[in-house]
Design a protein around this ligand. Structure first.
Ligand code: COA
Ligand code: MG
Length: 300
C-alpha cells in the first residue's frame, strides 16, 4: 500500500529583495547548466522566479528523501520538464512535483508516496498501483495585451471548448469576472498539460473543464475542488483538481492524477526556508556571477 502526502508551497517574490550573500547561497546550490540558463534572462524578476522554482524543487526532494539539499540533482526530459535524477532507484516513482511562476508568485505542488510493506509470503502484492502525478500553474489575473478583451478572447477562441466559453463569457460576468474566469480555465489546462509534460502540443479545445459554479473562488474559500474534466468528450474520473486564489489577483490550479488529496491551502514560504549555508557561496566565481545578476533590470 502507498501513502501519499501532498505539498503546496508558494513563494512571494515581493517578500525578497536579495542581498549579494543571499543570492550567492541560492546560486551556489543549483546546477551549472541552470546558472547558465538563468543568466540569459534580461530581467532580474525572471531570473529570481526561475531560481526560486529550482530551490523549491530542491527543498521538496531533500525533505522527502535522505539526500542533502545541495546534493539533489535534476535533469529535464525532452520537453523540458524537470525530474529528479536519482543515483540509485531507491525512491523510484516516489516523488512527483511541478513548479510554476508568474508575476510575483512561484509555486510548487508535490506528492510524496511512501510504500508500506504489508505483503506477507502468502499474500503477495501483485496488483499494479496507478502512478500518481501532479501539475501546477499560477497566473496573475490581469490583462495587458493592448487589444480589447473581446478581441483577445476571439484570438484565444480555439484554445477553449464551447462549454468553457459559455462560463467565461457569462452575460452576468463583468469584464474582470470574465478575465478571472478565463485565467481560471487557463490555469486548469496548464496544470493538466504540465502533469502530462506535453507542453502545448495537445489540442487544448479537446480538454474541457467544468468549474465549480456553486462557490465563488476567493482566498478564504480556496481551494475549490468541484472541477471536472472531459477529454475528447470522455470524463476523466482519475483526475482531481484544486483551484486556489493565493491573493485576489493570483489564481493557481493543481492537477492530481490518480490521487485525491486532503483539502489544504498553499503554505507561504520565506526565503530563509530556501537557503542553506554552503562554503561554495563564497567562491569568487559564484560571487561574480551574482553581482552580474544583480545588475539586471527590474520590470517596472
Ligand atoms: N511540462 C511540465 N512542466 C514543465 C515543462 C513541461 N514540459 N517544462 C518546464 N516545466 C516546469 C519547469 O519547472 C518550468 O520552470 P523553469 O521555466 O523555471 O524551468 C516551469 O514548469 C514553468 O511553468 P510555468 O511557470 O507555469 O510556465 P508556462 O506556463 O509559461 O509554461 C510549459 C509551461 C512550458 C510547460 C508549457 O505548458 C507551455 O509552453 N505553455 C505555453 C502557454 C500555453 O499556450 N498554454 C495554454 C493554456 S490555455
Ligand atoms: Mg504557467
Amino acid at each position: 500500500m502507498k501513502q501519499h502526502k501532498c505539498i503546496r508551497w508558494a513563494f512571494d517574490l515581493a517578500s525578497w529583495n536579495p542581498t549579494l550573500a543571499q543570492l550567492a547561497q541560492a546560486v551556489a546550490v543549483i546546477q551549472p547548466e541552470e546558472r547558465k540558463r538563468l543568466m540569459k534572462f534580461v530581467f532580474l524578476d525572471d531570473f529570481l522566479s526561475s531560481l526560486v522554482g529550482r530551490l523549491l524543487m530542491r527543498k521538496f526532494v531533500s525533505a522527502h528523501s535522505d539526500i542533502d539539499y545541495k546534493d539533489v540533482r535534476f535533469a529535464r526530459d525532452v520537453r523540458g520538464k524537470p525530474y529528479w535524477l536519482q543515483a540509485d532507484h531507491k525512491y523510484r516513482n516516489q516523488l512527483s512535483f511541478n513548479v510554476s511562476h508568474q508575476g510575483k508568485f512561484v509555486v510548487l505542488a508535490g506528492i510524496s508516496s511512501e510504500s508500506r510493506q504489508e505483503a506477507t509470503a502468502t499474500t503477495p502484492t501483485t496488483t499494479a498501483i496507478p502512478k500518481v502525478g501532479v501539475g501546477v500553474d499560477v497566473m496573475k489575473i490581469e490583462y495587458s495585451g493592448g487589444r480589447n478583451l473581446a478581441e483577445f478572447f476571439r484570438i484565444m477562441q480555439r484554445k477553449f471548448s464551447d462549454n468553457e466559453w459559455r462560463y467565461i463569457r457569462h452575460p452576468q460576468h463583468n469584464e474582470y469576472d470574465q478575465l478571472k474566469a478565463f485565467m481560471r480555465h487557463w490555469c486548469l489546462k496548464e496544470a493538466y498539460v504540465k502533469e502530462l509534460g506535453v507542453g502545448i502540443t495537445v489540442d487544448l479545445q479537446k480538454i474541457s473543464f467544468t468549474v465549480d459554479t456553486t462557490h465563488e473562488l476567493d482566498v478564504a474559500a480556496s481551494p475549490l475542488t468541484g472541477t471536472t474534466l472531459r477529454v475528447n468528450d470522455l470524463p476523466q474520473n482519475d483526475w482531481h483538481f484544486e483551484e486556489h486564489l493565493l491573493q485576489p489577483k493570483y489564481c493557481a490550479a493543481i492537477a492530481f492524477k490518480n490521487f485525491k488529496p486532503e483539502l489544504e491551502k498553499f503554505e507561504l514560504l520565506k526565503i530563509e526556508q530556501l537557503l542553506v549555508v554552503t562554503e561554495k557561496a563564497t567562491d569568487a566565481g559564484i560571487v561574480d556571477y551574482c553581482r552580474e545578476a544583480l545588475r539586471k533590470r527590474r520590470k517596472t
